[in-house]
Design a protein around this ligand. Structure first.
Ligand code: FAD
Length: 500
């Protein structure tokens, strides 16, 4: 509450924030996490915490009156529906040229994501973050992240016969027959639990169309891993439904952090200020970049470097779907957690790493869906609009054309070899490419450019950046393992150098 003085305040409870909270509390430092989303620990009207994808209700979206599904159309018809405005778990944040999907709640993106836990290629990691010692990442911090996250591998023999992965096997076999290699993907969803779901011995979650609006069972989200371990130290406090709006130096030392407590309709209930000796920005690529760019422009943190707000990218995301022949059924039951990817990253003409994505509609659709990660070199900047008070992102939809081109090479080849066609009715009317949204916002506060080599903000001792904003727009795979491992590396250094 107002007037409080805390040793460490963490803004946001996603991957960067959860790692920071655990390592600080383990080091004996009382830590306050402030999260704008809800705690997601109480069942709703249907007896479950989260709603599913077939019947999205108010719990699905962050402060919207209609759903904004990534696949918003079917047969060219808009399938979004009206919902009550509520602090739901998935935000589709709209900028001029892109919608950015993000998790809102204690656990951040871990509540809504597909759980795919992928370590980036070593040579590509070295390319994107050249100031980081690669050996220590692969020897120490990636293994530490995987352990902390509870990453597990699928039973590959089970995968071959499980009805819920028929969709993945069909896509895999066609990719291979078209000359591409595929790879299993680790996940934080408990594959042992999923086996029991299929066997009918436990309540279904991944097999009950639960994923982007939360999973009621089976998922090792951060509230069950890093944040639970931090809470067990007795030194953690988490304050949900509080939006941090300002951070500025405090004349008594440390920083004043201003926040709005909000109700479930998003209205401000009260405004609070606390003093923190140290502040860790972990509000995600978008949240951290927006806050820092606003604080620099408004004069609260005027000396932040010009690199703050630069270098944002969408990890080359583009989605696409193919129509299968009637004899190639993809299955009425699709596991919501992807388990396989097409790996064409080594192709210098257009690197693509495409996850074989589920379309868990609960009925046979003959659709093969993919989320392609490409090496799109385009980047964007955040800027403060002083007349509206909003922070804008310069990304234009056309900047995603390199991603479309790279994905098109792969899927044109597969379509030709399989004599299949694209679905053009799922992302709009006559629109093949889902090129105007991303699940993987990265950058805006790049390591060793906007911060020092460990996330310290220059000129402001005690201010740190810990999340996906440190990564320069691309990591070549699904990003949360990279974000977690980098946070593990940085917080270890910060604790040993700045806090003892
Ligand atoms: P986040 O996890 O976004 O956490 C930031 C937190 O800060 C949020 O909880 C937010 O509510 C809070 N916050 C923001 N601003 C403020 C503020 N001003 N005050 C207080 N709190 C604030 N990645 C993978 O690796 N594998 C996948 O399978 C995968 N699937 C995905 C599927 C979907 C639908 C989505 C949306 C994302 C997916 N991702 C996946 C991406 C992954 O979830 C993100 O890369 C990751 O969550 C980013 O971590 P972070 O710590 O940077 O930020």
């Amino acid at each position: 509450s107002t007037g409080d003085h805390v040793a460490a305040l963490v803004i946001g409870s996603g991957y960067g924030g959860a790692v920071t909270a655990l390592r600080l509390t383990q080091a004996g430092i009382a830590t306050a996490v402030v999260e704008m989303g809800m705690a997601w620990n109480t069942a709703g009207s249907n007896g479950k915490i989260f709603c599913d994808m077939l019947e999205p209700d108010q719990r699905s979206y962050w402060l919207r009156t209609t759903t904004d599904q990534p696949l918003g159309y079917f047969l060219g018809i808009n399938v979004n529906k009206s919902i009550t405005r509520y602090t739901g778990v998935l935000d589709s944040e709209k900028f001029a040229g892109i919608r950015v999907y993000q998790g809102r709640g204690v656990g951040g993106g871990s509540l809504v994501n597909g759980g795919m836990a992928v370590v980036p290629r070593r040579d590509y990691f070295a390319e994107i973050l050249p100031s980081v010692d690669v050996a220590s990442m692969y020897d120490t911090y990636f293994p530490r992240a995987n352990a902390g996250l509870g990453v597990n591998a699928i039973d590959t023999a089970w995968f071959e016969t499980a009805s819920c992965y028929r969709y993945a096997r069909v896509s895999r076999d066609q990719a291979r027959a078209s000359g591409y290699s595929t790879t299993f993907l680790n996940n934080v969803y408990d594959f042992g639990y999923m086996k029991q779901e299929l066997a009918g011995t436990v309540t279904r979650s991944a097999l009950a169309s639960e994923v982007i609006y939360g999973n009621n069972y089976g998922k090792r989200s951060l509230d069950k891993t890093y944040l639970a371990a931090a809470a067990a130290t007795g030194r953690l406090s988490i304050t949900a439904q509080h939006v941090v709006t300002a951070v500025a130096p405090n004349s008594a030392g440390g920083y004043t952090v201003t926040m709005n407590q909000i109700d479930t309709a998003g209205a401000t209930v009260t405004t609070k200020t606390v003093r923190a000796d140290r502040v860790f920005f972990a509000a995600g690529s978008i949240g951290t970049s927006k806050l820092l760019v606003a604080m620099r422009a408004q004069g609260a943190l005027p000396n932040l470097p010009s690199a703050v707000g630069q270098g944002w990218g969408n990890n080359g995301n583009v989605m696409v779907a193919r129509a299968q022949h009637l004899w190639n059924t993809t299955g009425a039951l699709e596991a919501g957690m992807p388990a396989m990817g097409i790996d064409n990253w080594a192709d210098p003409a257009g690197p693509v790493f495409a996850e074989i994505a589920p379309f868990p509609a609960g009925t046979e659709l003959w659709i093969s869906l993919y989320l392609a990660i490409t090496k799109n070199p385009n980047r964007a900047q955040f800027s403060y609009n002083s007349s509206t008070g909003a922070v804008e992102l310069s990304w234009q939809t056309a900047q995603n054309q390199p991603a479309v081109n790279a994905a098109k090479r792969v899927f044109d080849t597969i379509n030709k070899a399989q004599v299949t066609v694209y679905r053009s009715d799922l992302f709009g009317v006559n629109k093949v490419w889902g090129d105007d949204f991303t699940y993987h916002p990265l950058g805006g506060c790049i390591l060793n450019q906007a911060t020092d080599n460990y996330g310290r903000l220059p000129g402001y001792p005690g201010l740190y950046v810990m999340d996906g904003s440190l990564i320069p727009g691309s990591t070549g795979v699904n990003p949360f393992v990279t974000i977690t491992a980098l946070a593990e590396r940085n917080i270890e250094k910060i604790i040993s150098t700045d806090l003892t």
